[in-house]
Design a protein around this ligand. Structure first.
Ligand code: DHB
Length: 482
């Protein structure tokens, strides 16, 4: 009421100043509000101060999910160091648990059930803390989130807006909180890998400003130091073409429990989409390390395809070097433990196809991604012209260009209004069929071409999954931070 009365007599700028200062006060990190937690991990007692379920915006629209958990090693409160880090220098590891573009809870330190071999347990959190990283993990809204009136409030770009708000909270509190908020390293898998890469690509970009202001995000920047992304499901508006470029010769699918053969119509769609990929790839003007332009001809062949093959060969070689016998795979040519080349089509037969064409923008608007690109009142929409014009919906709708762009890191890399993370580690399992290999590769090449440091690999035999190589991941992070 007081604000409403003030509103009458103050100019707009004065009112917004008042809102800003109250906003900033309430988002202050309170160091005394913690509980002590401890558990043994790999023979070492890990003792933390746990700051849980802190609402990271002034005006939450979902106070169950717009929360952050922060875990700080007890050592940092008594002047000790871990792994060469101390209370001032400890990097902040920022894992998210987003999957399927659904809402997510923040990661937790104490998890009662036994660890399972996926990224949704707390193994990564424990590992990070054991190496002296502060762990901050934020929840986020997802494509099914609704408010009490039944309106959708988690469609794109809600998840990225939420994680950016959480980053702003950490940077806003950098002086009071242990750790170095200039060393935030984001981590996620699949849709979570997508949002992780988007965080790294779109730092401080004004597209997100109005959304962050509406939530009352802390008055701070949201660019980050480094990105770890496993099998990021990104570049959604171009992913259908990339999928068919790779898998058009594979005519059976195995999609979330449903198996079958592509029908004639789907085979036709596959051919259409396959033909659309080379023009898209060519206009990106990506270059290899020698500065040669990467291209594909109208049949989909060219040096870009050779790079994809080279990454598969490199992956197989690493497996051979660490003792795996791959000689029984007829698609690999191996001479004296050297992987000489891979037969692309043979390899695709081996890994198989998961999704039916179009893999992402389904003609019936029935995919996760269609659902992601809904709006407050429409649940699912198209996001490519191809699927919009070929839609099987009675009243097809297509998402706004800006909404689509705001979910695509490719759109922000090289954009002068975005502060892009300097360091990137991207992993995409060599057996992952959830999106085409070209997708993470184009991201890596674009980043590299724009001067960012990228470590990209396709680990052998790994399906759609993440956090399977924590020793290597944290070795990479240690090198960046020391
Ligand atoms: C995820 C997997 C998919 O195949 C997809 O299309 C979107 C998200 C996931 O695992 O998060």
């Amino acid at each position: 009421l007081i604000l409403m009365l003030l509103n009458v007599s103050l100019s707009f700028s004065e009112v917004s100043k008042i809102q800003f200062s109250s906003n900033d006060n309430s988002l202050k990190f309170v160091s005394s509000k913690y509980v002590s937690q401890s558990q043994t991990y790999q023979g070492k007692l890990i003792k933390v101060r746990a700051y849980e379920k802190i609402i990271y915006v002034k005006h939450p629209v979902d106070s169950n999910k717009q929360v952050i958990n922060i875990y700080i090693p007890e050592e940092y409160f008594v002047g000790e160091s871990i792994n060469g880090f101390n209370t001032n220098t400890a990097p902040i590891f920022f894992p998210n648990h987003i999957g399927g573009y659904m809402s997510a809870d923040p990661a937790k330190f104490m998890v009662t059930e036994q660890s399972t071999p996926n990224s949704m347990n707390n193994r990564t959190v424990l590992y990070a803390l054991s190496k002296g990283y502060i762990v901050a993990s934020a929840g986020a809204r997802g494509r099914l989130t609704k408010d009490l009136d039944g309106h959708n409030i988690g469609k794109a770009p809600a998840a990225i807006v939420d994680l950016k708000a959480a980053i702003r909270y950490l940077k806003f509190n950098d002086q009071i909180m242990p750790g170095d908020a200039n060393k935030i390293i984001s981590n996620g898998t699949s849709a979570g890998g997508a949002i992780s890469s988007l965080l790294g690509a779109s730092g401080n970009h004004p597209d997100f400003g109005p959304y962050l202001t509406a939530l009352g995000a802390a008055n701070a920047s949201d660019d980050i130091f480094a990105v770890s992304a496993y099998c990021p499901i990104i570049n959604l508006e171009n992913a259908d073409m990339a999928y068919e470029w790779q898998l058009s010769n594979i005519h059976t699918f195995d999609f979330r429990g449903k198996k079958g053969d592509l029908n004639n119509e789907e085979l036709g769609v596959s051919q259409d989409l396959k033909k659309m990929f080379p023009p898209y790839l060519n206009q990106l003007s990506l270059k290899n390390v020698n500065g040669d332009l990467l291209t594909l001809d109208s049949n989909g062949n060219g040096n870009f395809k050779e790079i994809v093959k080279a990454f598969i060969v490199k992956s197989a070689q690493k497996a051979v070097d660490s003792g795996s016998d791959l000689t029984h795979y007829s698609f690999l040519n191996i001479v004296h433990n050297k992987v000489m080349f891979v037969d692309f089509d043979g390899y695709m037969q081996y890994i198989g196809r998961m999704k039916t064409p179009p893999a992402f923008d389904a003609l019936t608007s029935s995919s996760f991604e269609n659902n992601l690109f809904g709006n407050e009142t429409v649940n699912s929409r198209h996001f490519t012209n191809y699927s919009f014009t070929h839609s099987k919906e009675i009243n097809p709708q297509i998402a706004d260009k800006l909404q689509i762009n705001m979910m695509n890191p490719m759109h922000y890399i090289g954009n002068s209004n975005a502060k892009v993370a300097k360091n990137w580690r991207i992993r995409h399992g060599a057996k992952d069929r959830d999106t085409g290999f070209a997708i993470p590769l184009m991201l890596s090449m674009l980043l590299q071409n724009k001067g960012y440091t990228v470590d990209f690999a396709m680990p052998w035999d790994k399906p759609h999954s993440g956090d399977y190589d924590l020793d290597e991941l944290f070795h990479w992070m240690d090198n960046l931070c020391k």
